[in-house]
Design a protein around this ligand. Structure first.
Ligand code: ATP
Ligand code: MG
Length: 392
């Protein structure tokens, strides 16, 4: 029915070259994302607009679904395009648009014309009035409401005539690839995939690292994380996922350190190893799914001690979120059902009954000193044997 979409994007704060970079990046992301589905898509950028023209084997619903996952897209408008001409033709086009699109509509409407082609002999307001009148004459069951119309007919007079009345919301944010890269600590839980989504939404390309502890954690637990990365990749593009075997490090910590400090010390080693891969990937930050007070390892005190070992900034986009709010987002983005699959996590296996909630850095450093004999070698082995999976 429709064979084109007008893509609306946020422009606030985008000026000069930044705006061009943004538009180029957005057009490129749209092209890449649509290349995964059937159909031919032509992406055209003109004067502050991006159009997607669809042909071939394309399906409307599928195309909208893909577009609604492209960060930077604020609205997706199925648009009918008519050849430009005199006013009479414009009026005929408007009426046939309504006959096609809203034949049984009985509510209020408003016409909002925009005359980009200044050659057109009427002003936008004159077009609004004339089209409004023509619509009333032809569809007496409709009425005008210029303040709160049920339907807004957008009419753009450009090289062609573009008419649309529906805006399907997009995710907003910035196109992936406009803001550098970051390393996401991705577990199988609910939080970290959401954290990755939120950072990617700001235009950041995501790499990921997952720590597992075979044979204490299963192949299925690992697969779950690969699956989560693949779901995220539907928004972010392919994710380079580093899978690190953490077993020997965990066992060694378990052996040498007070059990109440296990989680904190493990976290610190996760951060160190994550930072190693982050540096190798050229990432500008680490990202975790932590939120203040959610568990013992996420008190303000614990966050201080885990933070200390990282030189890169650690972004925690969920820091002020309640669990329920995080769950809502994970449902919306499609990670929830996978996150709640009941496979063991490496952190839950060696967890202490009474973990410290107010770790003191000096004490933790003293405990870590007990690891000095073998830890360097174990970390090196963990790094050297890590597996790289491309999740897409
Ligand atoms: P999540 O739901 O993200 O697993 P969580 O509530 O289970 O979070 P923790 O287990 O305390 O919280 O983990 C805090 C953060 O540390 C996670 O959000 C994630 O970023 C990181 N993390 C925890 N375990 C792992 C792991 N096995 N591999 C990679 N990162 C991890
Ligand atoms: Mg977890």
């Amino acid at each position: 029915m429709y064979s084109s979409f007008l893509i609306k994007y946020g422009e606030i704060g985008l000026k000069g070259d930044n705006r061009h970079l943004f538009e180029d990046a957005l057009a490129k992301r749209i092209r890449v994302m649509l290349s995964r589905i059937d159909g031919e898509f032509e992406i055209v950028k003109t004067r502050g607009r991006i159009y997607v023209h669809c042909s071939g084997d394309w399906k409307q619903e599928e195309t909208i679904e893909v577009l609604s996952r492209v960060f930077g897209v604020v609205g997706i408008c199925p648009v009918m395009i008519f050849e430009a001409g005199e006013y009479d033709k414009l009026q005929e086009d408007m009426l046939s648009y309504i006959r096609e699109e809203h034949p049984d509509f009985t509510g209020s409407f408003k016409v909002k014309a925009r005359r980009v082609d200044k050659e057109f002999p009427m002003t936008s307001m004159e077009v609004d009035a004339a089209l409004g009148e023509a619509i009333l004459d032809n569809f007496p069951q409709m009425r005008v409401d210029v303040h709160k119309p049920d339907l807004l007919f957008d009419v753009e007079i450009r090289d062609k005539i573009y008419i649309y009345s529906k805006v399907i919301p997009g995710p907003g944010g910035m196109p992936v690839g406009t803001a550098g890269r970051a390393m996401l600590l991705l577990s199988g839980g609910i939080d970290s995939p959401v954290a990755g989504y939120m950072v990617a939404k700001r235009g950041v390309t995501i790499d990921a690292v997952y720590f597992h502890a075979p044979p204490y954690t299963s192949e299925r637990a690992k697969q779950k994380v690969v699956d989560l990365a693949a779901i995220l990749a539907r928004y972010t593009g392919p994710i380079r996922l580093h899978v690190v075997n953490f077993t020997d490090i965990q066992l060694y910590i378990y052996d040498q350190c007070p059990h109440a400090e296990l989680t904190i010390i493990m976290r610190r080693y996760m951060m160190r190893i994550a930072e190693h891969f982050a540096n190798a990937e050229g990432d500008l930050a680490l990202v975790t799914g932590e939120s203040i007070g959610q568990v013992a390892s996420q008190t303000m005190y614990s966050l201080v001690t885990t933070n200390e070992v990282a030189k890169l900034p650690v972004y925690r986009p969920l820091i002020g979120f309640d669990k329920n709010e995080i769950i809502d987002i994970s449902k919306k983005i499609g990670t929830f059902d996978t996150s709640i699959l009941p496979y063991e996590d490496c952190c839950t296996i060696f967890v202490a009954r009474h973990p410290v909630t107010k770790p003191i850095s000096e004490a933790i450093v003293r405990s870590e000193a007990k690891l000095k004999e073998r830890i360097e070698e174990l970390v090196k082995t963990a790094i050297d044997t890590a597996e790289l999976i491309l999740a897409k």
